[in-house]
Each structure stands twice: as C-alpha cells, then as structure tokens.
Design a protein around this ligand. Structure first.
Ligand code: 2AM
Length: 180
C-alpha cells in the first residue's frame, strides 16, 4: 500500500490555490481534492506496516498551530518537474515533522534522510517540455511568486492511501489524528 501523512487544506485555502492555478500557463494541475501538505511519504509498504504506523500515531500528541503558505517555487532544477507553494517555516511545523519521524522510526519505518521542504504541489510538468513553456512558467513565477495566503489553523493531519492511476492519483483518507 502506498501511503503518506499530510495536512489537508481548508476549503478557503483550496479556493485560493485554485484561483492561482487558473492562471498557470501549462502543466498538469493538481486537482482541488488532491491538494495537501505532505508531512511524511511512507512509500509502498505492506498493510501490516501501515497498520503499525496507525497504531503508533493513535497516542501521538502535538499542539495545534497556524500554517502560512507563501512563495511559489519549483522542484527539478533547470527542468522543473513541479510547481509548489511553500509553507512558511515555523518551529511548530518543524517540531511536528521531527516528532513524526521519530514516531515512525519507533513503528519500524525509517524515512530517507532528506531535508524537510514543506510545500503544496500545484502542478506537475512533463519531461522535455519546450523551452517556451519554461519561459512562460518563469514569467508566471515572476508575476505571482510572492503570493501569500492568510494563515490557517492546523487542527489535524491524516493518513492517506495513494492509488496511482493513468490519470490523477486517488487519495483516500484512512485516519485522522487531532492536534491540540
Ligand atoms: P510532491 O507533491 O512534492 O510530489 C503523495 O505522493 C505525496 O507524497 C505528495 O505530496 C508527494 O510530494 C509526497 N512525496 C514525497 N516523497 C515522495 C516520493 N519519493 N514519491 C512520491 N511522492 C512523494
């Protein structure tokens, strides 16, 4: 089972992100129901491992906090693979991520060592996109890159199953873990 832990977004934030996506010049837009901020990608694991993670998270405690999304960026270097809006760094978010990592480790799941770059992916791009598309994306980021959304309270995070399809992935919320 392919699974991940993520913060779902409130309707008001999804609306604002959709407004931003409308003006994107190219790329595959992430559907509104799929917009989220990943805390930990668990990967493809047997159901027993995901069950163990769930058990370990039932007693997980963390305080609630406000999250701000601000600033557009890309991943993939010179050949961008995706466009995202970043989460403003906050001690609460960093702490939540670090403590989750520890808890997952305790449940037998070692996450790869990589820098936590919290973000919400807005669009994905084909490999070998024409240079003109890169220019249009650059212009979009130059125009809208400073976008800053109103902070919103994070009250919970969720365990999602991801089912990959020919088209967009389908994310099922399997469990919800309250903060605060
Ligand atoms: P992304 O949006 O930056 O691609 C489900 O795939 C979620 O897990 C996405 O938010 C995705 O981030 C994230 N994720 C992190 N690492 C991943 C990986 N190695 N493979 C697929 N998804 C990953």
């Amino acid at each position: 089972m392919r699974a991940f832990l993520a913060i779902p977004l409130p309707e008001s934030v999804i609306d604002a992100l959709e407004d931003l996506q409308v003006d994107l010049p190219f790329g595959r837009l992430v559907r509104p129901e799929n917009l989220h901020l990943t805390l930990a990608f668990l990967g493809e694991e047997p159901p027993e491992v995901i069950e163990a993670v769930h058990e370990a998270l039932l007693s997980f405690r963390a305080t609630d906090f406000d999250l701000e999304l601000a600033g557009l960026g890309t991943f993939g270097g010179r050949e961008p693979a995706s466009l995202h809006i970043a989460a403003t760094r906050s001690p609460a978010l960093r702490d939540l991520h670090a403590r989750l990592r520890n808890r997952l480790h305790g449940a037998g799941l070692m996450l790869p060592r990589e820098r936590f770059a919290p973000h919400v992916t807005l669009a994905r791009f084909r490999r070998n996109s024409p240079a003109a598309d890169h220019q249009r994306l650059g212009a979009f980021i130059a125009a809208r890159g400073e976008t800053r959304l109103a902070p919103f309270p994070v009250t919970h995070f969720s365990l999602f199953r991801s089912i990959l399809g020919a088209d967009a992935p389908v994310y099922d919320e399997l469990a919800r873990y309250m903060l605060g």
